[in-house]
Design a protein around this ligand. Structure first.
Ligand code: UT7
Length: 319
């Protein structure tokens, strides 16, 4: 048995807060509609001077400092995203230089949409024993405003920008992640067309189809991770779910009869930040002293593709 511990977190949000009120002046919507359908009250949007790389750098530095891990100790740096500053090389490669990571640190970006951070955590758990260094830097980061039609009321109210970072430690005797991952090819439900298609590279979503998928996938991932771990829900200290829609989370919490106080979210202030959503929430919980050493957090992400992932993170937060 080998696995990971989460030992440090960091986060970065753009300075500009966009409230529902501001959006009512841009598109035909209302605060009442947005709050009642999604739970979102405001989100952060990048301004021209802010970049994906800069958000990631801030989050990564914070996570490394809190974990007490120096650049020379990092064996893998993975960034889950589909909205990096360049098509290639990835933000992870920029971080190698900016953070001074050794050149044999495995650095790449990966795209599994809103499930991406957990795909990256799982990948790090497999890469670190090969690389030989114990610590991995895993980020989820998005500048979704780059791929959102800001005049389309059905999507612009939902999405926000941000970056979350985690330092994980690999150990031979650490518990397994009990990770579950999967995908189903349904791009018509949620996708961003690429440059070769001739279509605008903006988020296209059949909201109701994604909603139906999410209310099935989220509880299924929780149950599968619990089964793999041989745990009951009451043995998990925190449930950290992708912040796509408060209604999706509330339905899952009710269906699984999870204690709501262990399922706290931040969607009201961040909106849906895709791959950044789970690590940003982990960071917020850590900052509020809600992730204590020896506890366990069960995390789930789901989204475009369709993709999904769940994992159990052992917590060894150092500060
Ligand atoms: O990261 C993972 C991916 N994303 C998700 O998980 C999203 C999943 N889906 C959802 O969260 C919900 O489907 C939405 C929040 C996107 C939409 O909520 P809904 O209750 O499914 O609304 P709807 O799409 O059925 O639209 C209902 C009405 C429509 O008007 P008509 O046709 O009934 O006259 C829409 O045109 O609401 C209208 N509408 C809006 N009205 C005011 C759509 N967007 C807005 C808006 N403000 N921003």
């Amino acid at each position: 048995m080998s696995g990971l511990k989460l030992i440090g977190t960091g986060g970065a949000l753009p300075a500009r807060e966009v409230t529902n009120g501001e959006l009512t002046r841009r598109v035909d919507t209302s605060d009442e509609w947005i709050v009642s359908r999604t739970g979102i009250r405001s989100r952060r949007w990048c301004s021209p001077g802010e970049s994906h790389t800069a958000l990631c750098l801030t989050a990564a530095r914070q996570a490394m400092e809190r974990a007490g891990v120096g650049p020379e100790e990092v064996g893998a740096c993975l960034v889950a995203t589909f909205t990096g500053d360049r098509m290639t090389p990835g933000t992870s490669v920029a971080l190698q230089g900016l953070l001074g990571l050794p050149e044999d640190t495995v650095c790449f970006d990966l795209n599994a949409a809103c499930a991406g951070f957990l795909y990256a955590v799982h990948t790090a758990s497999r890469l670190l024993p090969v690389n030989g260094r114990r610590y991995g830097l895993v980020l989820g980061a998005e500048v979704l405003t780059r791929v959102t039609d800001l005049d389309d009321r059905s999507t612009c109210v939902l999405f926000g920008d941000g970056a979350g970072a985690a330092v994980v430690e690999w150990g031979e005797d650490f518990p397994d992640l009990c990770a579950v991952m999967g995908c189903r090819a349904r791009p018509e439900t949620l996708c961003v067309p690429g440059v070769g298609t001739g279509e605008a590279s903006v988020i296209r979503m059949d909201g109701q189809a994604v909603f139906r998928f999410a209310v099935e996938a989220l509880p299924r991932c929780v149950t599968q991770v619990l089964d793999r771990a041989g745990l009951r829900p009451e043995e998990v200290d925190r449930f950290v779910f992708h912040q796509a829609n408060q209604r999706i989370i509330d339905l899952a919490v009710r269906k699984l009869r999870l204690p709501p106080e262990r399922c706290a979210g931040n969607i009201a202030r961040t909106g849906n930040t895709s791959a950044a959503s789970v690590p940003l929430l982990l960071n917020e919980l850590a900052e509020r002293g809600k992730l204590r050493p020896g506890q366990r957090a069960l995390c789930v992400g789901f989204g475009a593709g369709l993709t999904w992932a769940g994992a159990l993170l052992e917590l060894g937060i150092r500060s």
